[in-house]
Ligand binder design. Structure first.
Ligand code: C5P
Length: 250
């Protein structure tokens, strides 16, 4: 996979006109597009997916499902019916819920007569959270965030999920925990040191794109460092080249 293929652009905008401009500017220089709750709630998830697909883009459907198993199963089936590259569920919804997501996804694959598709990905600990934020909600038991991420990753892998969303700071440990080399790591909270227009802001565990791939991330999710760049195309190309150079040195 080249550096370009690893970039998933977070379509954190409110309407399809802006999505159209972003795809036009970036499609040739990135691997895909992420439809999160902002765009999904503004224009509708199926509409947004269809819009991106019809322009040749791949979709990471980031709706972070977490509910009772039966509901998540149905949502996962619907996501896979839309033909997305990947979708996500919260790992802290538990083993049964994650297994239900895999079942729902698999039902859609059977309908489509496919053996593979729509990777089911687990959100571990949000990259906006640190140990004090976990303490506030009673999720902190003295275990460092990185260990909590690894614990949730093991649970996700056990449930048959295809990968996790985690900070690059945890990617090395994840690779040691899950032996399957096909297990995917997706890393948000990317802040290139030169992207002065996008400070860490709400992200508590940021890393650069280069650190992310060096740590073992397969994909990086990039929002503000690209969306707010004075020249988005140049910024995407620079990120891809720098990741390629780092991986060639490794
Ligand atoms: O603008 P920025 O690059 O920080 O955007 C990161 C994107 O990745 C946002 O769309 C956010 O919802 C998403 N995300 C995240 N942390 C996760 C999962 C997804 O920041 N754990």
């Amino acid at each position: 996979m080249t550096g370009k293929d690893r970039i998933l652009v977070a379509l954190d905008v409110d309407d399809l006109d802006q999505v159209g401009s972003l795809i036009e500017e970036l499609a040739g220089d990135v691997g895909g597009f992420k439809i999160g709750m902002q765009l999904g709630t503004s224009v509708g998830v199926p509409q947004a997916c269809q819009f991106v697909h019809s322009r040749g883009g791949s979709v990471f459907l980031d709706q972070k499902f977490k509910d009772i198993g039966n509901t998540v199963k149905a949502a996962a089936r619907a996501a896979a019916r839309l033909g997305v590259l990947m979708f996500d569920v919260h790992a802290d919804g538990g083993l049964k819920m994650m297994r239900a997501a895999v079942e729902g996804r698999n039902e859609a694959l059977v309908e489509k007569e496919l053996t593979k598709g729509s990777m089911a990905i687990a959100i571990t600990v949000l990259t906006s959270m640190d140990s004090s934020a976990l303490k506030e909600i009673g999720y902190y038991d003295g275990m460092p965030v990185s260990e909590q991420v690894v614990r949730l990753t093991a649970l996700a892998a056990n449930s048959g999920l295809d990968g996790v969303v985690a900070s690059a700071q945890e990617a090395v440990e994840i690779r040691k925990t899950v032996c399957d080399s096909g297990f995917v790591i997706i890393t948000p909270a990317i802040r290139p040191e030169w992207a002065t227009w996008a400070p860490a802001g709400d992200q508590a565990r940021p890393t650069t794109h280069v650190e992310a791939v060096q740590a073992g991330a397969d994909y990086i999710v990039v929002g503000r460092p690209l969306l707010r760049a004075p020249n988005r195309k140049e910024a995407a190309v620079r990120m891809a080249e720098e990741m390629d150079a780092a991986l060639a040195r490794a």
